[in-house]
Ligand binder design. Structure first.
Ligand SMILES: [Fe+2]
Length: 195
């Protein structure tokens, strides 16, 4: 595989210090028939972390991805903020289970912009139905793992583990890839969240 770009960046941290895992897992169970549900940022995150990220434009609602074991349907897509502006990155936290996130080279032609039926105003993405894309990078995300992931490059997730995957995805404003790494690393350093 050619690595066109750094597609993900791992943090070595204790997620229990960042999240209300009980709230997150309860929401995942309530919506286990969906692949995605929205959770309230202020309830999903510990208040110090929420207040810190508020300065950087954290959304009021965060996406919680739920994927059943054996679901190998990656649904490759690129995330957009508007129809012309990709959403460059998210901070992903694996709250349960495992998933393999793969990034692909964007095809020159044949993509299609869509809007998510649950939240058409805010969730815009590009899809590549019927196309074969070349993989460029893979992140193996296990329970407790966190990474800054590039969502502006075509990507998809499959769960070939034996447990339901629950992944909380945190979006803030765009500070560039290096800027975003610093924002999260600074918080983990100051609050001794790093392991
Ligand atoms: Fe995505």
């Amino acid at each position: 595989m050619i690595n066109l770009n750094e597609c993900y960046y791992n943090f070595d941290i204790d997620i229990k210090k960042l999240l209300d895992l009980e709230y997150i897992k309860r929401k995942a169970q309530e919506h286990s028939d969906n692949r995605m549900t929205l959770v309230i940022s202020e309830l999903a995150l510990k208040s110090e972390f929420f207040l810190y990220l508020k300065e950087y434009g954290i959304r009021d609602y965060l996406m919680l991805f739920i994927q059943q074991p054996g679901d190998l349907n990656e649904i490759i897509h690129t995330d957009y903020v508007t129809e012309t502006q990709p959403h460059h990155y998210s901070f992903n936290i694996i709250c349960q289970g495992y998933g393999k996130m793969t990034w692909f080279k964007r095809p020159e032609v044949g993509s299609k912009l869509s809007r998510h039926p649950n939240d058409p105003e805010r969730i815009i993405y590009e899809t590549y139905k019927g196309l074969t894309l070349e993989p460029v990078s893979v992140w193996d995300g296990h329970n407790g793992n966190t990474a800054l992931v590039r969502t502006g490059i075509p990507h998809g997730v499959m769960n070939d583990g034996d447990e339901q995957r629950i992944c909380l995805s945190i979006r803030i404003d765009d500070y560039g890839w290096t800027g975003a790494k610093d924002i999260f690393n600074n918080y983990f350093l100051i609050n001794q969240i790093s392991q």
